[in-house]
Design a protein around this ligand. Structure first.
Ligand code: NAP
Ligand code: SF4
Length: 677
């Protein structure tokens, strides 16, 4: 008996059927742009093999002006049709369905040819779009319709029309971006003509037996976004125009509310989808921050939606649905919603991958093949590098012994899990603990490895990680209250109410978040989270967001200074898509972030700082606690012991390179070495 009865119910759509209720949502991976269609088709086919019912491709442009950036993938000619046929065929051979998302970026196009209903620059783009005239509007509609028709020729089961996230169609819907006074602007009836015409004309062109999904922005999260009545009116009009399914779009890209980051509560927006459920008679899809079969099942059981869309969880594990169907939920590699190897890569023009699964989008290149002759391998250090090596090597059939000096595995992930907003790390650690047991990895904790422990192994992997960097400031040793970040998480030191954090990298930000928080984490309490960010029922406020932007003085009773020497915006080097969230969260708690700082001296009264090369503005920060988050150095003591004793060893993770090391590169290194040995 399967534990997820609602997930594994078929959905009858009349002319076609979905074999379960899970959809792989649209993601821009960058694979289409590389043009290696064998690789693209294997990416999709492996998710189809993993039994997902329906795949939605990354956004494909209908024409040059609508593509997200120059050179982005399009569906506009015969060559495109031939290429796409390779992946539709591969997915069909594995028994799943695939639809192509048509995305016209409008003013979000990173392109000086961008077009929009009105010539208003988006806050996230440097380009002022050209205002579309009547002829231009007709051209955009007809290009989108033609793209849908070509998708049908390429063997797709349907198309998804991207009508949300602030792209062109969304731009027509709200007065914030549509200032027109002709038939395409002004009244709401006029503003919705654009999507309604698109859906009507596509339906006419492709006939009835072709899926037409419309992604509708159910909560814009921008001031003066759509009202709830308008959302419902649009949904009804879209159904009438010929759509088969409505997908939920959450928030515009320019919204200053996090919508998919790890600090967003799980299934945070299902309540909005539920409001729409029953208002139309076609199926509705829920999305955003749903990353386990249990959550998907609860969304369906609570009648929030008919289908659940997950995107990033399919990067983390291509077999998500198959494992759920076999009641092996604890074997699913969990997506921790970090964005570090997926969206952050996309926004840095890099190919997508996944922090917890480096094989994502590299299926044809990075292979974990079963070994014929298993080796005995000792791994020293059970941080992200050591664990990912051990699991991958054991999956391949090697006999792995994993040594850890502490009483638990996970290394620095055990600090990350304690940060409010990063609770997903608990799930990742549970997955690792389960895999270590399931794969019968010989785990030896509370043990400091000696040379004699390593005798008899065919290979030794050193993954001993990092130590906090010590810094030299005048007065350091005379101040009772200087700690490194690891001591803070040990709960063994007493922390005062006036704190200076030295170093504003990822860990400095994490420590500031940790120390400025109190009570339950907003990530675990949706009401608290909504208050923090000013999210509200769109029935009460247009766009579902308070103009005030949420609570300013949020919960912090301590005075905290977060300091860096570099004269640049603090947090500038954090994740592309998440840095602003960390910064804003600290701003809401009045954490003072200072750049261009020189650390002059620690005195009994606190930390004396100055600014810039000229060492101006001498200031005494009257703090009782100073926390050093100044990066790390490699922990090499084991290597020093064994390198003289002819042990053959490999070094990975922080032990190899501490600078700029993060979990993404540590896991990647662990998996890649395990694939080779
Ligand atoms: P980091 O990002 O390198 O930051 C260390 C900070 O310490 C820098 O801001 C540096 O800034 C300062 N620093 C370095 N040497 C110093 C010295 N001698 N004296 C005073 N200040 C010094 O390292 P981290 O914060 O330890 O993070 C480690 C890795 O984990 C990084 O790759 C980071 O991206 C990753 N991580 C990421 C996240 C995330 O949210 N994405 C969270 C945690 C960790 P100045 O030189 O300007 O002062
Ligand atoms: Fe999820 Fe992070 Fe992987 Fe992206 S990189 S799929 S957010 S775990």
């Amino acid at each position: 008996m399967n534990s997820y009865p609602n997930i594994f119910r078929k959905l009858d759509l009349g002319f076609t059927e979905l074999k379960n209720r899970i959809i792989m949502g649209s993601m821009h991976t960058g694979l289409e742009e590389i043009g290696d269609w064998k690789r693209i088709s294997e990416f999709y086919a492996s998710r189809a093999r993993g039994q997902v019912a329906l795949i939605i491709t990354g956004g494909i442009g209908p024409n040059k002006e609508g593509s997200v950036l120059p050179g982005a993938a399009m569906m506009s000619n015969e060559k495109d049709v031939k290429n796409h046929m390779i992946s539709t065929k591969a997915v069909h051979e594995e028994g799943s369905k695939i639809v192509m998302q048509i995305l016209h970026a409008g003013r979000y196009a990173y392109n000086d040819k961008a077009v929009a209903p009105s010539p208003l620059k988006a806050p996230i783009s440097p380009f002022i779009p050209k205002e579309l005239d009547e002829e231009g509007i007709e051209k955009q509609i007809s290009d989108i319709v033609q793209s849908a028709y070509l998708a049908k020729c390429a063997g797709y089961d349907g198309v998804e029309i991207m009508g949300s996230e602030g792209y062109l169609i969304n731009q027509f819907l709200v007065s914030h971006t549509n200032r027109r006074e002709d038939n395409w602007g002004g009244s709401y009836e006029n503003r919705i003509r654009f999507p309604v015409e698109i859906v009507k004309r596509i339906r006419k062109k492709v006939g009835t037996n072709f899926l037409l999904i419309y992604r509708l922005s159910i909560i814009d999260l921008i001031p003066n976004g759509s009202s709830w009545d308008e959302v419902v009116l649009l949904a009804k009009a879209i159904e009438k125009a010929g759509a088969n399914i409505i997908n939920s779009g959450i928030g515009w890209h320019e919204a200053r509310i996090p919508t998919i980051a790890t600090s967003v509560p799980k299934k945070a927006f299902s309540w909005v989808t539920k409001k729409l459920y029953g208002q139309v008679s076609i199926p509705i899809i829920a999305s955003n921050r749903i990353n386990s079969p249990e959550l998907a099942e609860s969304v369906l059981a609570d009648k929030c939606a008919d289908l659940v869309s997950m995107a990033r969880p399919f990067l983390a594990d291509s077999e998500f649905v198959k494992k759920a169907s076999e009641n092996k939920s604890n074997e699913i590699v969990p997506c921790i919603a970090c964005n570090q190897a997926c969206l952050d890569h996309t926004f840095s023009m890099k190919l997508t991958s996944c922090l917890v699964n480096p094989r994502a989008c590299r299926e044809t290149e990075l292979k974990y093949e079963k070994v014929i002759l298993p080796k005995k391998i000792a791994v020293v250090g059970a941080g992200p590098a050591g664990i990912s090596f051990s699991i991958t090597a054991a999956q391949r059939g090697h006999l792995v012994s994993l040594f850890e000096e502490k009483d638990e595995i996970g290394g620095q992930l055990n600090f990350a899990k304690k940060i409010p907003g990063k609770e997903e790390f608990y799930g990742l650690l549970d997955y690792y603990i389960n895999e270590v047991k399931r794969l019968k990895i010989d785990l030896i904790t509370n043990h400091k490895v000696k040379h004699s422990d390593l005798i008899g192994f065919d290979e030794v992997v050193v993954a001993t990680g990092v130590l906090p960097r010590k810094i030299d400031i005048d007065g350091y040793n005379n101040f009772n209250g200087v700690y490194d970040y690891q001591q803070i998480f040990s709960n063994k030191v007493s922390i005062g109410n006036r704190i200076a954090i030295i170093g504003a990298g990822g860990i400095g930000f994490d420590v500031a978040e940790y120390l400025s928080s109190s009570g339950i984490s907003p990530t675990l309490d949706i009401n608290k989270w909504m208050k923090k960010w000013g999210v509200i029922d769109p029935e009460n406020e247009r766009g579902g967001v308070l103009l005030s932007g949420g609570i300013k003085d949020f919960e912090c009773s301590k005075e905290i200074f977060l300091l860096q020497r570099k004269n640049e915006k603090p947090g500038k080097r954090l994740g592309k898509t998440t840095g602003w969230i960390h910064r804003k969260s600290l701003e809401k708690k009045n954490v003072k972030m200072l750049s261009g700082v020189n650390y002059e001296k620690i005195t009994p009264e606190g930390l004396l700082i100055s600014f810039g090369e000229e060492k101006s503005d001498l200031q005494l920060l009257k703090v009782d606690t100073i926390i050093i988050c100044a990066g790390q150095i490699s922990e090499l003591s084991l290597i020093k012991t064994i390198c003289t004793k002819s042990v053959k060893y490999h070094v990975i993770g922080g032990a190899k390179k501490a600078n700029e090391l993060d979990a993404k590169s540590a896991i990647d290194e662990g998996c890649r070495l395990a694939a080779q040995l």
